[in-house]
Design a protein around this ligand. Structure first.
Ligand code: SF4
Ligand code: SF4
Ligand code: SF4
Length: 590
């Protein structure tokens, strides 16, 4: 349908039929103030801050929900509108405690900004003097009811984006109060600590405990990067103040996750208290001693150079960048032809077709089949997309050996032997999505081929950059006991490689490239200190083949270096062209 034309503040504006007045104004660069509105959430028109004057309408209308029509005339800052908006703000400031100077959000609070914009310099109405408790029961965030303006952004975010439905308002009018479940403390509720509500709250009512009162919102900087805690690679912002990381925040425009983060990605990723490795170490007389990078790399090159391929092993984490994995391939596969190489993560299932689905396909689907995957445990943000789809009426069926958190959301769950029934259901659907995990068997993959090309297929691999590692032939079984020289790229792996330390031959020469001290680095004869995920930039290929780029928020600590930097220098010592190693990188869809 052709576009419509309306007039806002005397300016002709084009809009699409069905667009709200707010969207039409925003598209034309006209600012209408909002409070309960958030671009990632459905509009509710609850706070009345966005009221505008519409020709032919007796009352002022909320721009966030009022549909734009052809030849409509709008005034967004007329005296009548400003008077009404100020009245709304005066009421909001009079409820609860909005003594801004003592609030952690001062300088970044949307209510405070509106107060300045409309010249509120005193309380017109008697202020609400009742004090409310602060609910600090969740592990990572707190709820201060004194600052809440009951905009319901958090309620909508928890339901619409996360599909968790923990939050709601209880009672009515002046007695309205945000509550969790049947009014239990947040920490005892069904809250999964994803922090999405914290990120959408416009005031200081929901606060990240780690960074509370650490810096004024206007004094922080943000670095856009990706989470490397699982194979989704969710986009996020690292919030920085004076060179320190304050917290991790949603990046709403991120391609994979659209701003959603899970507890692991938003909070736990900053909680690593393991001792850092800050300088190269070499073992002398059974004790590790600091050495120089030059000496350490020369020793590594000497040992690798003199080892026979049959007794050389590479064990790598999949938390390495694309560039580092390509260098490992160039060094250990092409140059040294190491007979033993592998990771702690399972290889992606061998499929007789190419997976082509993205997370966003899940919410647009009418039928989801999950086969041998546990997204709520392994890739939590994927489970948010699935629960959202189920809320919207999408049917969910699982094929699984044991039940998972999502089993309760499924209309049917089949044991693996009955997968054919589920495949028939997929074929009968209009826009099906199949989500499979690393445990998919060959017989199941062959049966699922029948769902192609209709079904969008998403393979959820374990690990982080497993797609690239597998494409380079680095994901395999490895027996550490069979190696006389073993290079272990531990990276900032969370202990998953540690059990292998006990299986390494006592006489083997072990080189560990790692960020943190661990049983593996204790066993190592040479330790190369590596930058953490916050300290290095580089490419990643996520589980659905999307190419992503991580950006360093911090410089490498001590003498540690990025994975690709260490391996590039090692490659040069072995006579390889480090830049040419990039040719080994697989081509993946963007
Ligand atoms: S942290 Fe997540 S699950 Fe918990 S209440 Fe907020 S949005 Fe809901
Ligand atoms: S806690 Fe924040 S987002 Fe939730 S209703 Fe109150 S002010 Fe709005
Ligand atoms: S789902 Fe994975 S990538 Fe996304 S925030 Fe959680 S741990 Fe990080």
């Amino acid at each position: 349908m052709s576009s419509i034309t309306l007039t806002i503040n005397g300016q002709k504006v084009s809009a699409q039929p069905g667009q709200t007045v707010l969207k039409a104004a925003q598209a034309a660069g006209i600012d209408i103030p909002t409070l309960c509105h958030h671009p990632a959430l459905t509009a509710s028109g609850g706070c009345r801050v966005c009221l505008v004057e519409v020709s032919g309408q007796r009352a002022l209308q909320p721009a966030c929900t009022f549909p734009a029509t052809d030849r409509m005339e709008i005034q967004t800052e007329s005296p009548k509108v400003v008077r009404a908006r100020k009245f709304v703000l005066e009421l909001l400031f009079s409820e609860r405690n909005h003594f801004c100077m003592a609030c952690e959000m001062s300088g970044g609070c949307e209510l405070q900004t509106l107060g300045y914009r409309y010249g509120l310099d005193h309380w017109v109405y008697p202020t609400y003097t009742q004090r409310f408790a602060v609910d600090a029961s969740p592990p990572h965030h707190l709820m201060d009811h004194n600052r809440c303006v009951l905009c319901r952004r958090c309620v909508r975010a928890c339901a619409e984006l996360v599909g968790n439905h923990t939050l709601d308002l209880r009672q009515r009018g002046a007695h309205s109060m945000l509550c969790a479940d049947m009014d239990v403390p947040l920490g005892e509720s069904t809250c999964i600590s994803c922090g999405t509500c914290v990120n959408v709250c416009p005031t200081g009512a929901l606060v990240d405990k780690r960074s509370a009162f650490m810096a004024r919102p206007k004094d922080v900087a943000r670095v856009a990067t990706i989470c490397t805690q699982c194979s989704l690679g969710c986009g996020l912002n690292v919030v920085m103040h004076r060179g320190q990381v304050l917290r991790l925040e949603s990046r709403w425009e991120a391609p994979v996750n659209g701003g959603l983060l899970c507890r692991r990605g938003r909070f736990e990723a900053l909680q690593d208290s393991r001792p850092r490795l800050l300088e190269p170490l070499i073992k002398e007389n059974g004790r590790s001693a600091p050495t120089s990078w030059n000496w350490a790399l020369a020793e590594v090159a000497r040992h690798l150079h003199h080892e026979s391929p049959q007794q050389l092993g590479l064990l790598t984490s999949t938390r390495l960048t694309n560039e580092a994995l390509a260098l490992l391939h160039a060094i250990f596969v092409r140059q040294l032809r190491a007979a033993h190489r592998g990771t702690c993560d399972a290889a992606p299932p061998a499929l007789p077709f190419t997976p082509c689905g993205k997370l966003t396909d899940i919410v647009a689907s009418d039928f989801i089949l999950i086969v041998e995957a546990d997204p709520a445990r392994d890739q939590p943000v994927a489970s948010f997309f699935i629960k959202r789809a189920v809320d919207q009426g999408t049917r969910l069926v699982t094929v699984e050996s044991r039940s998972t958190e999502l089993t309760a959301f499924a209309e049917a769950s089949f044991p693996p032997r009955d997968i054919a029934i589920a495949v028939d259901l997929v074929q009968a659907a209009a826009k099906p999505v199949v989500v499979c995990g690393a445990g998919l068997r060959k017989s199941e993959a062959d049966l699922l081929q029948k769902t192609q090309p209709k079904a969008r297929f998403i393979s959820l691999v374990s690990g982080v950059n497993t797609v690239t590692a597998a494409a380079l032939g680095l994901v395999d079984r490895i027996d550490p006991a069979a190696c006389r020289t073993l290079f272990i790229a531990v990276a900032d792996e969370n202990g998953t490689l540690d059990p292998l330390a006990a299986r390494i031959d006592r006489s083997a020469f072990v080189i560990a490239m790692a960020s943190y001290a661990s049983p593996l680095t204790e066993r190592a004869d040479l330790v190369l200190p590596m930058a953490t995920w916050l300290e290095r930039s580089g490419g990643f290929t996520n589980t659905d083949g999307t190419q992503l780029r991580a950006h360093a928020a911090l410089p490498p600590s001590g003498q540690s270096r990025s994975d690709w930097d260490i391996l590039g220098r090692l490659a040069e010592r072995l006579g390889l062209d480090a830049r040419a190693a990039k040719a080994d990188l697989p081509r993946c869809d963007a």
